[in-house]
Design a protein around this ligand. Structure first.
Ligand code: MLT
Ligand code: ZN
Length: 456
């Protein structure tokens, strides 16, 4: 059936060999079957429109594919779908200094956008460990968060305009980079976080900002989960934080072993908080540190003395995900309001201790945003299938605690295939009905990423 692809793309834009299907048919998840029927590489918006029209005519299913760094299976093709890669739509098209807007194609890699912004004397603040591979279209489709959200917000906050080819093949040009636009529904925001289920993001106008001054990084040892939040409160009342991250001792052990990094502190602690702030706030930060020690929340700390040391301290947090990848982790990406976090942590911790006594559990996350990453590591003696089955059995109990606190079962990784069957823990039946109705309007032929986010 995919022979029809040859009608709208050149042979150089289509691959069907086994290696390509495996390479482009999967994201960073490793627990779903990978079985696309073809991978295509559009080079223009017109190519994308023709593809969508063809898919509607021929009944093809399309899976949008960016840097494939997603963690919830949103870009996995398991059922003979056609993967649509944006690797060849990777140009920065325009920059307007007066607007501080850069227009780029969906396949521009996040780091390339950051570098480009720097070359203009500006700053693109959305950042995460996968910024060297992830693409801006995928970031928008998942409303990517990362390590600077506490100061700069999520990808959504930087999208000033969006061009989208909907599932029916219509080209929508949303918001045109305007700051103010009070003309009704802001359609751009429908596509942010839509996980490729409503249409293809083909171009975006991204807002840039002034770069911050030099930054310092501090790592603190904290022995009680709750105290990590107390430390956050103390620092936030004194200064503006650019980041407030945390990780557990097990996470530190994994990352220091994997990257051969020195431990940050002489003494071992149960948890570590990593803070980043403007160098100009150094005095205030030291006062806050001393207050935290006096309260008994913090045992020890280190502050970066050079950019190289700051980068090394950041590796302790940013390298965790990669360092545990070989353990086929079962990933939970949970959010509650920051104010709810201390009680929520106690509840989740109790559930984990009760249900996973034989598994290694790795905690880390963007705790300053109320976002907790709970990773259960697969023991060697279990198959991935058995392990995931066991985790899936226990997850509902964690999700019940999330739902009780009106939290989210996916803070920043998206729903994809991994969380799809659990969406009702975070979305009411009324909301799900509206989501389905929107899908029907924008993708009536159900060609866009079928089976992701919403149950078919
Ligand atoms: C992170 O915070 O490191 C990323 O979200 C990736 C992950 O959770 O593994
Ligand atoms: Zn994260």
């Amino acid at each position: 059936m995919t022979q029809a692809l040859d009608e709208c793309l050149s042979s150089k834009q289509i691959r069907r060999d086994a290696d390509s299907l495996q390479h482009w048919g999967v994201d960073w998840t490793r627990s779903f079957p990978v079985a696309p029927s073809a991978v295509v590489f559009p080079e223009s918006t017109d190519d994308v429109i023709r593809l969508v029209q063809l898919a509607n005519r021929e009944g093809l299913s399309l899976v949008p594919s960016g840097g494939r760094t997603g963690l919830s299976g949103g870009a996995v093709a398991s059922n003979g779908e056609v993967v649509v890669s944006f690797d060849r739509m990777n140009r920065i098209l325009d920059f307007e200094p007066a607007d501080r807007l850069v227009t780029c194609q969906a396949g521009v890699v996040t780091q390339a956008l950051q570098t480009y912004a720097g070359e203009q004397g500006l700053f693109y603040p959305v950042d995460f460990a996968s910024s060297g591979s992830s693409q801006i279209g995928g970031n928008i489709a998942t409303n990517a968060g990362g390590i600077k959200v506490i100061r700069y917000g999520l990808t959504r906050d930087w999208v000033a305009g969006l061009r989208v080819v909907t599932g029916s093949g219509a080209l929508l040009d949303c918001n045109h980079g305007l700051v103010k636009n009070a003309t009704g529904y802001d359609l751009r925001h429908l596509f942010v976080g839509s996980e490729g289920t409503l249409g293809f993001i083909v171009e975006a106008d991204i807002r840039l900002t002034a770069p911050p001054g030099p930054q310092l990084v501090m790592v603190l040892g904290v022995n009680r989960f709750r105290d990590v939040l107390a430390v956050l409160g103390r620092f936030q009342s004194a200064l503006t934080l650019s980041a407030f991250e945390f990780f557990s001792e097990l996470a530190l052990k994994k990352v220091t072993a994997h990257r051969e990094l020195p431990r940050p502190l002489a003494e071992q602690a149960a948890f570590y908080a990593l803070l980043e702030f403007d160098e100009s706030a150094m005095e205030l930060a030291l006062q806050a540190f001393e207050a935290c020690v006096d309260e008994g929340w913090v045992q020890d700390g280190v502050v970066s003395q050079s950019q190289a040391q700051a980068a090394n301290l950041w590796q302790l947090r940013e390298g965790i995900s990669e360092s545990i990848a070989d353990y086929t982790p079962y990933k939970n990406d949970l959010a509650v309001r920051v104010s709810q976090m201390p009680d929520f942590l106690d509840e989740v911790d109790a559930l984990v201790q009760e249900n996973y006594p034989d598994f290694e559990v790795c905690w880390y996350g963007h705790i300053g945003d109320g976002n907790l990453h709970l990773n259960i590591l697969k023991p060697n003696n279990l198959t991935a299938e058995t392990f995931f089955q066991r985790c899936h059995e226990i997850s509902p109990r964690i999700f019940e605690r999330v739902a009780f606190r009106n939290g989210s079962i996916s803070a920043e990784h998206g729903v994809g295939l991994l969380k799809r069957d659990f969406l009702a823990y975070s979305r009411s039946s009324e909301e799900l009905a509206v989501m389905r109705a929107l899908k029907q309007v924008l993708d009536p032929g159900q060609v866009m990423n079928p089976g992701k986010l919403l149950v078919r």
